[in-house]
Design a protein around this ligand. Structure first.
Ligand code: SF4
Ligand code: SF4
Length: 406
């Protein structure tokens, strides 16, 4: 069984049970996975219509699952949408999916991807930026062709313009035209944008464009601005935009030592309680976690005790690992360290147990590019209370352990 640091979600819950102070607060997390939920084992998967695409999709989709057997099991269980990117695992995620898709009728699954623009690469530790309007739109078609070849499919159901923070990027005509051309050529069915920073403004720009069919957005119970994100999601869904939520598990753990795991089912149900969210791409890395997410897909009603449990980490003074990318830290750092990128990398490395993904966020960086490695005191006050320097040094250790690829 594939694990994160050798343990499954449930084993981590058990580890939490043997913890010290505050263990009682996490009782909801430790309850038997299926207690009182017998119907969820055999019920049908709840589906919603992905906005004006008309695609009827289960409320849980397949995000960053990296094993062919796990993706196959998820498809066999009835999940249909598989999300990938040209940037995942140096294009190897798409190649892995090719093996999964072989032999399956094309109409039995939906797949979406996104280009991996070199403009995302950050030189020398400077402040990372939105894709912006600098990328050469003529490269979008070749990126798409590459994804089609690696995936072994003739068309993509969804094709996202990813890492969008700025409404101007969403409205940039050359990008829209490139996506229109792909649609016309039958290479993609629907166009989307993906955002995990400044989400409300980006989502509203997608509505304003009248072009983008789907928005993939960060949305979870830990976001300070979650109600703003929710309001934008409502507006977009009412306008016919399909909504897929990511980062639903909010960094997975309450603490960097991974002793306290967030109640993953509760976190997913918190997102899905909003019917304007049409589907989600929760991370699952083993079959136990897939089963948990399937149980939610069959029975998404958030229990009162689960909702209460989602607040108990904060009540215990824990900050979690999810960086909401608000940028409040950036002007506080004299060295202008790219704290949001560092904390995002930290979340992937520690919360999700995916150091490779963390290195991908900081492509081209070495520990020397992190100003915190030469800074003895940190006056930065993170909006969520992170010890920024501590976490940045942990990220430096991740970069040290294996140089960034690509
Ligand atoms: S580190 Fe904290 S202040 Fe900075 S972007 Fe993340 S959540 Fe916001
Ligand atoms: S330790 Fe804090 S103040 Fe120093 S470079 Fe890092 S973020 Fe900036």
């Amino acid at each position: 069984m594939t694990t994160v640091h050798g343990s499954t979600r449930r084993e981590f819950l058990a580890a939490g049970a043997s913890g010290v102070a505050g263990a009682a607060l996490f009782a909801a997390c430790r309850r038997p996975r299926d207690a009182g939920e017998g119907a969820s084992e055999t019920g049908t998967l709840v589906t919603r219509t992905l906005g004006r695409t008309g695609l009827k999709v289960p409320i849980v989709s397949i995000g960053s699952a990296y094993e062919p057997g796990l993706v196959s099991a998820a498809l066999d269980a009835g999940l249909t949408y598989v999300h990938t990117s040209g940037s995942y695992a140096d294009q190897n995620h798409e190649r892995m999916l090719n093996r999964v898709f072989r032999g399956r009728p094309r109409e039995s699954f939906l797949v979406g991807s996104s280009p991996d623009f070199p403009e995302y690469r950050v030189e020398g530790g400077g402040l990372s930026e939105d894709l912006g309007t600098r990328a050469d739109a003529s490269t979008i078609a070749p990126f798409c062709e590459g994804s089609l070849q690696r995936l072994g499919v003739a068309h993509l159901d969804l094709y996202f313009l990813a890492s969008i923070n700025d409404p101007a990027t969403v409205l940039h005509e050359p990008y829209i035209k490139a996506y229109e051309d792909l649609k016309r050529a039958g290479k993609i069915r629907f166009a989307g944008i993906a955002t995990h920073r400044n989400e409300p403004a980006v989502i509203r720009a997608a509505v304003k464009s009248g072009f983008w069919d789907v928005v993939l957005t960060a949305f979870n119970f830990r976001q300070s601005h979650r109600e703003e994100v929710r309001a934008a999601i409502h507006e977009a869904a009412e306008a016919g935009v399909g909504i897929i939520a990511m980062k639903t598990q909010a960094g997975v753990y309450w603490d960097p030592l991974r002793l306290r795991q967030i109640d993953m089912k509760a976190a997913l149900r918190w997102v899905l309680r909003d019917e304007h969210v049409h589907s989600t791409v929760p991370a699952f890395s083993n079959h136990d976690e897939l089963e948990e997410d399937l149980a939610v897909a069959r029975d998404p009603a958030l229990r009162t005790e689960e909702e209460r449990g989602l607040r108990q980490g904060e009540a215990a003074g824990l900050t979690g690992l999810y960086c909401q990318q608000c940028g409040a830290c950036v002007p506080q750092c004299p060295a202008r360290a790219d704290v949001p990128a560092l904390m995002r990398a930290h979340m992937y490395a520690v919360g999700h147990g995916r150091p490779h993904h963390a290195r991908h966020v900081l492509r081209g960086w070495t520990p020397a590019d992190i100003p915190c490695t030469n800074c003895s005191s940190c006056g930065v006050r993170c909006a969520l209370g992170f010890d920024v320097r501590d976490r940045a040094l942990a990220v430096a250790g991740v970069l040290d352990a294996q140089p960034a690829r690509g």
